[in-house]
Design a protein around this ligand. Sequence first.
Ligand code: F6P
Length: 599
Amino acid sequence: MAGSDWTCSLSAMHEWESPDYEPSLPVSEKSNPLTRDIDRASPNCIVRMLQACDAQMFQDGTGATYQRLLSEQVVETLTEVAKQVEHILKDPRDSLIVLSGCGTSGRLAFLVASAFNRALGELDRSSVYSYIIAGGDKALLSSQEAPEDDPKLGVLSLKKVCEGQKRVLFIGISCGLSAPFVAGQLDFCLQHPEVYTPVLVGFNPPHQARDERIPGCTFTFRSVARRMQELATRQRAFLINPAVGPEAVSGSSRMKGGSATKILLEVVLSAAHAATFADTPVTPKGLLQHMGAYEKTLEITYAQREGIGALLEAAGQSLRRGGRVCYLGWGPLGTLGLIDASECVPTFGAGCEDVRGYISGGYRELNNNEGPLGPDFCIAHEDFLRLVLPSLDDRDAVLLIYTHSGNNVGEVAELARTVREKTSNLHAVYHRVDGDTAAAEQQDDINKLCFSSLKFTWPSPASGISLHMQWELSTKLLLNAVSTGAHVLKGKIYQNHMVDLQVTNSKLYRRATRLLQKLSGGPESRCEEALLKAVYRVDELTADITSSDVSAHARAARSGTKAVPLALVCLLTGRSLREAGTHLEQHPIVREAVEACLS
Ligand code: F6P
């Protein structure tokens, strides 16, 4: 069991790299040996485990099985892609750089494209970046998993964005090298090399890319990755795919996968912007310096691990007591709050209200393609005041997330006063540059109102490295830790697996089957059978069900809940679905339900 004295040995840091470690799984789906006992860890210990997991991103790749973030080959490819971006920035006529992905990958595509278009705007240049997210802008704020399986939709959305363009640098992001939506887009780019240059960002080697047949297509993700690998030798396609180690919660690519995506894209685009607008040529050395700044970001962030642990504990307590966790953010840090909160629903089976994000300025600040997304997606601070504040009490935890650079500390103080009238469970997280004493008085006021204040002080940045991007990464790490840790404390995780996952697309369906095999020890066919019975809520499978394909099963799974825990209880105990349902009602905490079956 992981006690408060958890330490991370060197061998545990590297264990996942051994060819014998979970050999049938790609890196992105393996379970991380560092977090095997995260479900029983204390809040501080959870943060230390997450820190060790994140540190794996920057592990040295020399002599390692997998290429890593800082490996020579990876940095070389980043340099080449940055030069492609530079060409477009220098002559942007009829040209576009498209970032595309599903779930978190699409959210980061949006975040990064928005930041770099903003940077262009500040230089009086027109936008060059576009983003695509499977399922459209609704997917920025909620899980839309079915479109991830649709390669044709991927192609359609790419064609739409690129209409009339003569040159497109397409950056497709799929952490697991697995999303058919992105595979379809990459395949389309490969068929139209006169316009499109494809770049693939992900965190598995090509031989571990998903090889499952995609209905209606002649290619798989793996075959597309292989074709790109061949073209990469002639710089007609690019693969950026270092391994960053398994996720802290198995398969939860919103964490390291998302962070590494943000780092890689920002390093490439920052270098290209510096080359175009500040006469600083793109070099591997410059890129490595950028990477170094992000490594430092991890250090500065986790230096506050006790403060993060306290926040995580407060959030966990709120969730356990049936309260809510609200992020009130400003600027891009507010966007990160929206993103982190929205991911809790699919990742932990959380309710929509359990963790919610709000951003100052609402949709004006978010500046997404489709604008306001309707009453189900209220995101402004005014919405928080109108919809949440009246019923707020001490069970609810509120986090204020801001920087001292945006002239909004006065606004933060005002909101803090309003929230404090309803709950003392108020916390501040803020970033400022070392030596910056502006807004010190207002900050003092905020500190007095808050139960805890977490201050991140940053050294003045070296040239070319945006402090704002470091603040964003730091905030992402912190929020991921808070929301993951809070759900661990709520008992949503068993060992380091999310058992109660929704099987709403083919990747999740396969992951669920594998998980059932691992936890029950049963053969694949029996586990899939149990899963299908739980999805369709039948004790006997009909011919109709067994002859349907995975997309039909994923559709059916959308209407039910708890399919995987139900299947697991049936497998472990031989009970009927109804009896398994009763067992889960008696043990609403999934971890306890599983343990009761095993004991
Ligand atoms: O299917 C849901 C999901 O797993 C999200 O959690 C994730 O962000 C998304 O798929 C995309 O995964 P990938 O980046 O591997 O394509």
